[in-house]
Design a protein around this ligand. Sequence first.
Ligand code: RUB
Length: 320
Amino acid sequence: MSVEDIVREAAEKIVTMEVRGAARIAKFAAETLKKFAEELRVSDPKEFDEKMRWAAETLLNTRPTAVSLYNAINYVMSYSGESVEDKKNSIFERAERFVEWVKNAHRNIGEFGAKRIKKNSVVMTHCNSSAALSVIKEAYRQGKVEMVFATESRPRRQGFLTVKELTSEGIPTTLIVDSAVRYFMSEIDCVVVGADTITANGALINKIGTSQIALAAKEARVPFMVAAETYKFSPKTLFGELVVIEERSADEVAPPEILSLKGLTVRNPAFDVTPREYIDVIVTEIGAIPPEMAYLIIRERLGYAFREAGEISLSPKHFD
Ligand code: RUB
């Protein structure tokens, strides 16, 4: 196995969704860059930088939508140092700091988010979000959650992961198909979802179907909470860049006998956009904010995080 295979294999795991979810892929990318740097036997600093850049771009070109991946990679790649050894140490430190960021963020988000959940609540969630589950689990620990409705989340059924996780903690859970969301909305007290990306204007990009849930929630006047670490906010959207919505293979949607039907087209977008008007609150690790404040998070929080060592701006190649 060559040292490059560390990166190739990691990239493959993200593409095939063996590692999935915006926080997990971000953490995994940071850990992979660290491991790659650790194993790289190169003495020329310039060559080292080139190899690191190749690794960063390979990881970045796996899935286009979750900005957490871009932010994680940029954070680690903003390393400093003149010698290879110094560069490596800076990478180790930054990767470890990013991983800590992920872990601590979940703790705070759980705590802040749980405060917004009232006693005896029935909560609905979609897909499988570690941030949203932090909120739900903490609220349950505080005795506030009576029942969680979890959507199946077709086509990949991440809802199964969610119901496994919730039931393993003893949380009363109801699994529903995605199309049953509006049917049950009148029984729901609060919707909590995660985020793949939050744009500068406060829109949420999350698992396909999220915007329909937000629509049904607004109609029924059910509060809609987004649990999102600050590394889910997109600095790129500040400069007008649009979020690329990943479209995945038709195989995920239907079996071969359907896919072979003459004249049939299958579309499989993995994410959708929920405008900020549908969002009551975004719970981040530094506080619960209205979506209108997304711009400030990007400027004050992320600007600072990347300014520390000067941002290296990477653009994914095949998504442009
Ligand atoms: C996962 C998804 C999740 C967000 C947030 O999509 O949309 O809601 O990534 O998750 P996929 P987390 O399964 O296609 O990766 O809070 O864990 O980052």
